[in-house]
Each structure stands twice: as structure tokens, then as C-alpha cells.
Write a protein that binds this ligand. Structure first.
Ligand SMILES: Nc1ncnc2c1ncn2[C@@H]1O[C@H](COP(=O)(O)OP(=O)(O)OP(=O)(O)O)[C@@H](O)[C@H]1O
Length: 660
């Protein structure tokens, strides 16, 4: 049931990539995302072939001009051109040749433009669609996926890897076509001109093939490793920019520079390793090509001078020889370019596996095909025997590849059962780490329980559509989050069609209207990234306003007023009581006075409910709640020794294993 981003089986843990699919994904991605713009690809392909064939003309014309015009050893004849078009005089033939050359150059220029247009349009559209889709899939991942994956790495997939796929299409695929057209076209012309000499000039081909094969084998894992390192580096940088305040207040700049240096060095090393292989490969290819060119020259030149070499027959005119050498050059040098294509292919392949891995990442919190839409919500909540533990939910976090749920999950909630009647209020209290936030996260399905059921109006929340579930529940989390944007946008986030008046009313209820009006641009003030330009109490009030505006049937408040001062809390409480009066409310509070009037208070300790009842009942029971109440009343002397012993024991457990 646990989400699993499946990794390709890897022998070397160093190569265990965060996002990797089972390979073979690149062409599938291109096919899927290129379907709609296949016309552009066809235009690009046809124009590539056309541009290439116009490139075959100049050497042929040059050879003809040397023999027919300069040496006068053969007639001026061109295939497909009627003899009557060709001028009789030598000067006329020179101008005619020039005219054909210019026409070929013009045709080639137009074809190149169309080819560039076709390929680039095709590739840009794929890049755009792929990025948006990958983001959409990413956004649908469950909370556990984000717990285990670093943001920088995700950004690296959405940016670098998607771009790599685009650049292989524009450079690699079109170059491959050009190369194939060239090899076939030139090969045919060479074989027609002089088949034996053509064989000599092609000696390079098998050598180049072996060379390339070896290169691919060696460079492939190096590129995979390099992409992984880019992700790690991005993750580190992203983390540090986010935590800049702590870095500064802890004076940890030097420490962080060291850590960035280390991550950058790891990328450098991986990249350098790939670069070394690459820069050895290309000169090697050029050398083979150069040797083959020289060999063709020697054989061809001796043939023109002395007639055919032993055991060969036929003639070779100087014009044919020049044309031959020009073709050979056209043919052999670009073969070396083949290495670049393979190189770009390998990089794109490594990227495609990461993009595909992300696109195929499984989710544990999904929506059933026949999910129920909850229209009118009464607001009854019940938890029945709920047990839940956080596990390393993705294969990428575990570093294995079997995707099985084989990580022991220490329960953070154990056999929790309670219910709240429609319109009722339940308070949840307990020491830090006792599982209070986790309890409510199961209600909005940020996670699903390992055992037991959470129900709203009698329906298992897993049977409800996520849209209707999240519409029904308004969740004010412990950590208020604001997006970069205006105050108004942040309040209306989720209720995008709210009017200005509705936004104001919500702000007023959350005791935010006054401070907002005092901001430089009122509701149009930009709040900065994550709302950094506001105080945490102000941020909290805006997220409360957001929930008031949403007007949900069920209200979940996770320490919703923890960041505000007592006076503001009193103001918020007044409107909260009003707002919560006719809707079901689950309120988590450290400050027990906040939940004192709840219909029922649950006391959590170590993931279990260790007490429940009204405030008066719990005081009477004289358990953990009564002691916590004494602490908050400042009545420390009245606390029994056992309270301190238990508190110390709890702390030791929390610090040793994070909650188990
Ligand atoms: N995303 C997570 N991944 C793994 N463990 C987690 C995660 N979130 C919380 N925990 C662990 O689960 C336990 C319960 O956490 P929870 O946030 O529910 O406690 P809480 O009672 O709300 O605490 P507090 O009062 O400090 O907010 C803690 O031990 C915590 O370390």
C-alpha cells in the first residue's frame, strides 16, 4: 500500500537514482507527447532530407565543370537537365554552373528554415506538455512522497531532465536524420562514381561503429550518475536558500559552504568522469575519419596519375577525383558527429528515465474509480481502531527496488477510536509527539491508516472523492503557509471565485482585517515568499481567514491560534466559537484553555487515547490532563513526582527514536 517510485535495478548503490524507470522510456515519452504535433516532425524530417539532397549537387557540379569546362575531356551533361538548357560556350557553362549552385543554395536555405521550424516546434511542444504533465503528476503525489523526496531533486527533474529531452529532439534526432540521409545519398553517389574507391573511403565506417559502441557502454552509467548528482546538488541549494535564516542565526555559513562544496564536488567528479570519456572519444573518431580521408586521397590520386591500381579496372578523371574527395569529406567527417548524437542520446536517455520514473510514481493515497461525491455533509466523524505509522514510503528513500512495503512502520497512533456528532466539538490534547497532528492528517487523507477506518458521515474517507473530502474539511495546519502573492490571493486561495466583500468578511472573522488595512497596499500587499513579510501570527490569521472563506462543514484546527497573542486569540476565539457553533470541529491545542469547553476532550499519549471526557470529568479523573492543567495554571508544586518521571521518560523515547 505504500507509494513506491520504482528504481531500476542497480548493482552499484552509487548509481541508485532517485527517479529511474525500467528503461526504454524515452521513445515512449516522445511518442506519447509528440502525437499531437506529428505534422511538425514530418515537416522537419522531409525538409531535412530535401536540404541534404540539395547538398549533394555542388561536388557533382564542380567535378563536371573541371572535366567539361576546364579540361574539356567530357561533355557538359547534368542528370534531369535537358541538353538544350546547357549553353554551348565555356563562359556560358561557367555562368550556368554558378546559377545552378545559387539555386541549390537557395533551396537548401529555405529547406533548412522549414526543417528548423518543424523540429523546434515539435520539440518545444513536447517539452511544454511533458513539464506540465510531470508537475501535475507530482502534485497528485501523496504527502508521504514529499516527506521522502527532496525538493531540489524534483525541481531538477522538472527542469534539467525535461530540457535534456527537448535538446536531444532538436539536435540529436534531426542530426541523425541528416546523417542517415547523407550516408545513404553520398554512399549511392560514390558507388556510382567509382565503387572500388567508394569501398576504400568506407573503411572508416566499421571502425567508427566499434569506437562508438565502446563509448556508449562506458559513458552510459557515467551520465546516469551525473544526473543523480545534479539532483543532489539542487536539493542542497534549495534547502539552504529555504533555511537561510537558520544558517545566519546559527552562523553556519562556513559549514554550509563546505556542504555545498562537497555536493558540487560530487557533481564535478561525476561530470568530469563523463567528460574525460567524451573528450577522448571525439578526437579518436576524428583521427579515424582523417586517416580514412588520407587513404582515399592516396588511392584516388595514384589512380588519376597511373591508372587503376592492380586488380582494379576503370578510369578516374581529375574532375571525378575532386568530386569524390569532396563527397568523402562530406561523408567521413560528419560520421564523427555521430558520436555527438550518441552522447546527446545517452544524456536524454538518463533524463527520460528520471522523468518517466516520476510520471509513473505510484501513490498510496489515491482516489477510487467509483469514488463517492459527498454533497450535503452533516459532519459526523468516527475513527474506529485506527493504527498508523510513518514509514519510508518510497523506494527511492529506501534505496531498494522491489517496491514492497517492507519497512517496519512504528505506530504513531495505536488503536484510536472516537466519534464526533454533527456540530460537535472535540478537543485533542497531549504531550508533544503524542500523535495529535497525525490524527487529523488522516481525516483529510494526507495519509491513510495502516489499520482501522476513518469515516465522515458513515463513509470510509477512502471511498470519497478527494475533491469532496477536501471541500468538506477545512484544515488549519500548525504551520501556516502563504504563497507568494497578495493578501487577497492568499485568503481566496481555494475559493478562487470569492468576492472582495467575502474576502474582507473572512478576514474580519479571523481578526486580520485591521492589520491588513494597515499594510502599505492593503489587500493588494505582496506577502513575500512563504509570507516572510508578515509575522507568524499574521500569517496564521490569514490562513484562518482562508478557512473561514471556504466555509467547510468540518473544521480542523491544529493549534490554529498558537502564534497569536492572548488578546488576538480572544478576538479570534469569539468569531471561531460563532463559526464553529453549527459545524463539527476537531481542535488540537497545547493551551488547554482553548479546548476547555469542548463536548469531549481526547488525551493522547504515545499514540494512544489515555483519557477522554469533558474538562470537568478529566479534572476529576486526575490523570495526565489534570496534571497538564496544573502545569498551565502554574501550579507546579501540586504535580506528583510520577508526572516528571513520565515526562522525562517520554522525552527520552522521543529523542532516541522519533516517537516510537
Ligand atoms: N512526516 C513524518 N514522517 C515521519 N515521522 C513523523 C512525521 N510527522 C510526524 N512524525 C512523528 O510522528 C510522531 C507524532 O507526530 P505528531 O506531529 O502527530 O505529534 P503532535 O502530537 O502533533 O506533536 P506536537 O504537539 O509537537 O505538534 C512524532 O514522533 C513525530 O516524530
Amino acid at each position: 500500500m505504500v507509494a513506491g517510485v520504482r528504481n531500476a535495478a542497480v548493482d552499484d548503490p552509487d548509481e541508485a537514482e532517485s527517479f529511474a524507470s525500467d528503461g526504454g522510456s524515452m521513445w515512449r515519452l516522445y511518442a506519447t507527447y509528440g502525437r499531437e504535433n506529428v505534422g511538425d516532425a514530418v515537416l522537419g524530417a522531409v525538409m531535412t532530407l530535401f536540404a541534404r539532397s540539395t547538398g549533394l549537387l555542388p561536388p557533382l557540379l564542380l567535378g563536371l565543370a573541371i572535366d567539361a569546362v576546364l579540361l574539356g575531356t567530357r561533355r557538359y551533361e547534368l542528370p534531369l537537365v535537358p541538353g538544350t538548357w546547357v549553353p554551348e560556350t565555356a563562359a556560358g557553362q561557367v555562368w550556368f554552373t554558378a546559377g545552378v549552385l545559387v539555386a541549390a543554395a537557395l533551396a537548401s536555405a529555405v529547406a533548412s528554415w522549414l526543417q528548423g521550424y518543424g523540429w523546434n516546434h515539435f520539440a518545444q511542444n513536447i517539452q511544454h506538455a511533458l513539464r506540465v504533465d510531470a508537475y501535475e503528476v507530482l502534485q497528485r503525489q501523496d504527502r508521504a512522497f514529499f516527506d521522502d523526496t527532496r525538493t531540489g531533486e524534483l525541481l531538477s527533474v522538472l527542469n534539467n531532465d525535461v530540457n535534456q529531452l527537448e535538446s536531444f529532439l532538436t539536435d540529436g534526432v534531426s542530426s541523425t536524420l541528416r546523417l542517415v540521409a547523407l550516408v545513404v545519398g553520398v554512399g549511392v553517389v560514390l558507388a556510382t562514381l567509382n565503387p572500388w574507391l567508394a569501398l576504400v573511403s568506407m573503411t572508416a565506417v566499421p571502425l567508427l561503429a566499434v569506437f562508438t559502441f565502446v563509448f556508449v557502454r562506458r559513458v552510459q552509467p557515467k551520465y546516469a550518475r551525473m544526473r543523480g548528482r545534479v539532483g543532489e546538488l539542487n536539493a542542497r541549494l534549495e534547502n539552504n536558500v529555504g533555511g537561510i535564516e537558520v544558517i545566519k542565526t546559527e552562523h553556519a555559513e562556513a559549514y554550509e559552504v563546505d556542504r555545498v562544496r562537497e555536493a558540487s564536488r560530487a557533481y564535478y567528479d561525476a561530470n568530469w568522469d563523463a567528460i574525460r570519456t567524451r573528450i577522448t572519444f571525439f578526437p579518436g573518431l576524428s583521427l579515424v575519419s582523417g586517416l580514412s580521408f588520407a587513404l582515399t586521397f592516396v588511392v584516388g590520386a595514384l589512380w588519376v596519375l597511373n591508372g587503376p591500381p592492380a586488380f582494379l579496372s576503370g578510369t578516374l578523371s581529375p574532375g571525378e577525383f575532386v568530386a569524390f574527395m569532396l563527397y568523402t569529406q562530406q561523408f567521413v567527417w560528419p560520421l564523427a558527429q555521430f558520436g555527438q548524437i550518441i552522447n546527446s542520446y545517452q544524456r536524454a536517455k538518463a533524463s527520460s528515465e528520471r522523468v518517466d520514473g516520476l510520471l509513473r510514481a505510484e501513490r498510496s493515497v489515491g482516489e477510487r474509480a467509483d469514488a463517492l461525491t459527498l454533497d450535503a455533509v452533516a459532519g459526523r466523524i468516527d475513527y474506529e481502531g485506527v493504527t498508523f505509522g510513518y514509514g519510508e514510503s518510497t523506494a527511492l528513500a529506501r534505496g531498494d527496488d522491489d517496491g514492497d512495503d517492507d519497512v517496519p512502520r512504528s505506530p504513531v497512533l495505536r488503536d484510536v477510536s472516537f466519534d464526533v456528532e454533527p456540530g460537535g466539538t472535540v478537543g485533542v490534547v497531549g504531550p508533544t509527539g503524542s500523535g495529535k497532528s497525525t490524527l487529523v492528517k488522516l481525516l483529510v487523507r494526507l495519509y491513510d491508516p495502516d489499520d482501522g477506518v476513518v469515516r465522515i458521515d458513515g463513509h470510509d474517507v477512502r471511498d470519497l472523492s478527494l475533491a469532496s473530502l477536501r471541500r468538506a474539511v477545512g484544515y488549519v495546519s500548525q504551520e501556516p503557509f502563504l504563497f507568494y502573492g497578495t493578501v487577497r490571493e492568499n485568503i481566496a486561495y481555494g475559493t478562487f471565485d470569492a468576492t472582495d466583500e467575502e474576502v474582507r468578511t473572512a478576514a474580519r472573522r479571523a481578526a486580520a482585517d485591521e492589520f491588513v488595512e494597515n499594510l502599505p497596499d492593503g489587500y493588494d500587499t505582496l506577502v513575500g515568499e512563504r509570507g516572510v513579510k508578515l509575522s507568524s501570527g499574521q500569517r496564521q490569521r490569514l490562513t484562518l481567514a482562508r478557512t473561514f472563506l471556504k466555509d467547510p462543514a468540518i473544521l480542523v484546527l491544529d493549534e490554529a491560534t498558537s502564534h497569536v497573542d492572548t488578546e488576538t486569540e480572544a478576538l479570534i476565539r469569539r468569531s471561531l466559537d460563532d463559526f464553529a457553533a453549527d459545524r463539527t470541529t476537531v481542535a488540537i491545542a497545547h493551551r488547554l484553555s482553548t479546548v476547555k469547553d469542548a463536548d469531549e476532550i481526547l488525551v493522547l499519549d504515545g499514540g494512544r487515547i489515555v483519557g477522554r471526557g469533558t474538562h470537568a470529568e478529566l479534572l476529576d479523573a486526575d490523570g495526565l490532563y489534570a496534571n497538564l492543567w496544573r502545569v498551565q495554571a502554574g501550579d507546579i508544586e501540586a504535580l506528583p513526582d510520577s508526572f516528571f518521571e513520565e515526562a522525562l521518560a517520554r522525552r527520552a523515547v522521543l529523542e532516541s527514536d522519533g516517537g516510537e
